[in-house]
Ligand binder design. Structure first.
Ligand SMILES: [Zn+2]
Length: 201
């Protein structure tokens, strides 16, 4: 494991910058704390299969108050507005990644289907619509514009409509990048488990 090496690198990030670690290893939360990061949150990711993974959110130590840090360097705050889904409560600690075979109706192995089955209330018709009426209108895949294209189920339905859902891990990563401000705060970053293992010792 090269996690320590990766965190040694991460510790050089600007005060208040955020680090999102995509991992299957629940020990990441403890490792980050031991290395001096402020542990902010864990997001559970449900994948098709079913499989699960985690996104651990950390913040490099803040000098002074968070407000002062944001004013000085633009780091320290989470960009909640950029990641809010509809009018739903934030933060959410559960997100869904659809099956590659989900279309207008989710595939049986999709975690949204599993979640709705477990919630005891199925969406009427099970239909999925998108707000993006592009060339692939009516089909979720190819809808194009990220999580915002996902309008979820209709008025009635199972629990899955309360959680952000993404067509694949890449789309999920884009959402997390907006959440931690990686697009405008250059010191915030996403660390995937693959990258953790790729860091040379
Ligand atoms: Zn699905």
């Amino acid at each position: 494991m090269n996690i320590t090496g990766r965190w040694a690198e991460a510790s050089r990030f600007a005060a208040g910058s955020h680090i999102a670690v995509f991992s299957h290893d629940p020990d990441i939360a403890a490792i980050g704390r031991l290395l001096g990061f402020e542990f902010r949150d864990t997001i559970l990711v449900l994948h098709p299969g079913p499989r699960t993974s985690f996104i651990f959110l950390f913040r490099a130590p803040v000098a002074g108050s968070v407000a002062e840090q944001v004013l000085q360097t633009g780091t320290g705050g989470l960009h909640i507005g950029a990641s809010r889904i509809g009018g739903l409560r934030w933060p959410t600690n559960l997100v869904l990644v659809h099956s590659q075979t989900c279309g207008t109706v989710c595939a049986s192995e999709c975690p949204a289907v599993t979640l709705d089955r477990q919630s005891g209330e199925r969406p009427a018709g099970g239909a999925i619509t998108t707000s993006n009426q592009g060339p692939a209108a009516g089909s979720y895949h190819g809808g194009g514009s990220g999580a915002s294209a996902w309008s979820g189920y209709g008025d009635a339905g199972g629990a899955s409509r309360f959680y952000p859902s993404f067509k694949d891990v890449e789309e999920l990563a884009s959402w997390v990048a907006r959440l931690i401000g990686a697009d405008c705060a250059p010191h915030s970053t996403i660390v995937t488990s693959q990258q953790v293992h790729d860091i040379p010792t």
